[in-house]
Design a protein. Structure first.
Length: 198
């Protein structure tokens, strides 16, 4: 069984829409970036830590962890702390092209673990990441204020949802759309196929 180490409803929807069977067990880890850590290194490390946290509890299952960040002008934008922070992030994104980077990690139990049927840390980790470029139109103060008031920016990296209201301000993306939603489905499918899951 594939276990998604995330409570994100968007990641769950993406897996469901792709026809990938899974169950959910969210990981609770500190998601603070390390000093001088690059965005790619950060999301891959956090995806790995989420995966490891759940793999230790479920050593016989495939476990998938993921972490997404938005990067504009070299600055990482995580989830906004509040409405004011969401407005700040949207002003940074306005009129710019930014990166959305998602790190994914898959833990697969080794054959001897499956035979022994006992708790062990004998699993193989595969980590990768996907980057998509997203271009935002210029937003007015009223656009930002009204959008923040909808509540959609809450709990979203970079304070927006490409699949929601924010789609009206995104004329162009380069790369994997599902990555911007929160999970690079094609990359995840390749990783799962390598483990014989698909």
């Amino acid at each position: 069984m594939l276990v998604l180490a995330s409570a994100s409803p968007r990641r769950q929807d993406l897996l469901r829409n792709a026809g990938i069977p899974f169950t959910v067990q969210p990981a609770d880890i500190d998601e603070t970036p390390l000093p001088n850590e690059s965005p790619v290194a950060c999301v891959e490390r956090l995806a790995r830590e989420k995966t490891l946290a759940i793999s230790k509890l479920r050593p016989l299952d495939l476990v998938l962890g993921a972490d997404t960040t938005v990067v504009v002008n070299g600055v990482m934008l995580a989830k906004p702390a509040d409405a004011e922070d969401a407005g700040r992030m949207l002003r940074l994104l306005s009129g710019c092209t930014h990166q959305v980077i998602t790190g994914v990690c898959l833990a697969a139990p080794q054959p001897e673990t499956k035979k022994q049927d006992q708790r062990t840390e004998n699993f193989e980790l595969k980590t990768a990441s996907e980057t998509t470029l997203v271009t935002f139109a210029t937003l007015s103060d009223a656009d930002i204020r009204d959008y923040v008031a909808t509540g959609e920016p809450k709990d979203k990296a970079g304070a927006y949802a490409i699949q929601g209201i924010a789609s009206r301000w995104i004329p162009r993306i380069e790369g994997d759309y599902s990555n911007v939603v929160g999970l690079p489905v094609a990359l995840v499918c390749r990783m799962l196929r390598q483990q014989g899951y698909l």
